[in-house]
Structure formats: C-alpha cells, structure tokens
Design a protein around this ligand. Sequence first.
Ligand code: A2P
Length: 316
Amino acid sequence: MKNITLNSGYSIPILGLGTWKSAPGEVYTAVKEALKMGYRHIDCAPIYGNEKEVGQAITESITEGVVKREELFITTKLWNDKHAPSDLLPALKQSLADLQLEYLDLYLIHWAVAHQPGVVFPEKGSDLVPLSDFPLTATWEAMEKAVDEGLVRSIGVSNFGPKNLGQLLDKARIKPAMNQVELHPYLQQNDLLAFCKEHDIALTAYSPLGSKDRPEMLKSADEPILLDNPVIGEIAKQKNCSPAQILLAWAIARETVVIPKSVNPERMKQNLAAADLQLTQEEMAQLKELDLNRRYVDGSLWAMPGSPYSIAQVFE
Ligand code: A2P
C-alpha cells in the first residue's frame, strides 16, 4: 500500500476504511475483518456514533496479534459543538477513551461551522454560532496544544475551503497537515487541490463512491448516481474491475488519500485491491470530463433559516 508523507513527517496509508454510516452493530465486525485483510488506516468521528465499537475491534485485533498499534493510522474529528478551546481536550479525550487509544494519528476539525456548545445537531438557526464567536484560530491553538501533549501526532481540518484554511495558515504554529473533503469525479475541486498542494496540505477524499447510503434528508430526488455512470462503467468493463475500483484508483492517481466506507467483506476486499490499480492518461482524461461540481454532502444543514452561515460560507 502506498503511503503519503504529511507535512508533520508522519505517513498515512493512501487508502483507509471509512466508518461514516457504518451502524454500531456492523462496524465492529467490519473493522476486525478490515484489519485482517490488510487495512491499516481507519477514519472515524464521534458524530458517526460508533467509536466504541471501532475501538473494541482495534483493541481486540491488537491483542490477537493481527496488527500492532504502530502499524495503524487512526483519524478522528472534533465535532461542531466543541469548538470552544476549553471543550476540545475533553472531546479529544472522550474519543481516545472510546477508541481505546493513547494517541491519535490525525485529529481534524470536522467542519468550519460552530454550534452552540452541547447542540449536537442544530434544529433551528440560533443553534448555530458564527465563527466570530468561536474563531477557528483559537480552536486551532487548542489543536496545537493536543499535539504538544502527545495526544495527537498530526492535525488538520475537514470541509475547509481556501479562505478558512488561509486563516489558519496565517496564524498556525503547526500547519494543518490534512484537509478531508468530498472528492469524486462529479466533484473534482481542482482549485482546492491546487491550493492544498501549494501549501503542502494533503487531501483526503470522502464519499469517494458517491455515498449512496447517506441519510434520506441529505439526498435530493434528481441526484446522479456516481456508481451508475456509463463512462465509469465502460472503463471498469475494459479493465475487468468494478466501477467502485475505478473511482478509488482515480482518487489515488490524483495523490489524494481515499476512505471508502463499506461493512461488506467482499466489497472491502475489492476496495483495498483498488489501491494497486493503475489508470491510463486517457482514462484519467475521460474521467476529468465528468465533473459536475456536484456535492452529495451539500452543507445545507448548516445553512438553515436563521443560521449565520450560507452554503457558500460553509465551504469558503
Ligand atoms: P456497503 O457498506 O454495504 O458495502 P462512500 O464511501 O462514498 O460513502 O460510499 C459508501 C456506500 O458504497 C455504501 O452504501 C457501501 O455499501 C457502498 N460500497 C462500498 N464499497 C462498494 C463497492 N466496492 N461497490 C459498490 N458499492 C460499494
């Protein structure tokens, strides 16, 4: 498996297992199977509601000799209601306890959006708080302290655009090592890719398969199904592999880390094997044509009536 070296000096396996939408009852087995078949990178978040099960699977796999802690790369994230610097350490310690880990490989600010402390999901506009109340730079300082304390090896962000990243870059003592964003052929984000490359920030592609199992409230009736795209299907047929594998190989060819979610051992195996699949320049050119600038995770929840954020601001 190829690794990418982060600006922190640590390296991250280019393909990892996503756990968003993995039900608590399924994720334990999925992670155990994944580690057995060779996954070494697991992407988590407390908001996925399954960190305890992921932690149990990791701990048992270490105890059983399947994998050593130092061979693993574990990421988790700070949720939006914990941006106050005084809330960060307790949130991080809760994730560490749930994951049964002494340190994280990567800790990310999940969104450049703040909720009122204690509001897990906003129900009304006033549940969201402007960033002027919880400046990202102050939250970032607390992230840096977590590195100083040895609780986290690398720090970064998720769903950040150039403006929000720029704010951090101006002030940061420790530069963000990662920006985890939605990336796939329908949302190629080439400008963001160029910006991150220029500043030596790695990117992780989430929802790389089009996230068809996300909650109905995050779907629209007319949305294009990425895995059904005929161009992707034709390339897959020619290469004797699956459309999902083409999508993962595409992400890797762009030197982005990629975290497909699956709880199905056959599909997990298939996805892992895609790390060794090469696409030709011609295939990459065909895929480049598919860009629709189409988000599946469109941020509209943070832009509800009365919210201090517009959708454009969420991703700026
Ligand atoms: P499952 O967990 O049953 O395998 P994303 O990573 O973009 O969020 O997509 C996750 C969705 O894609 C889930 O519904 C997952 O289902 C499905 N999936 C994962 N791997 C594959 C694959 N190789 N082929 C088809 N669907 C897949």
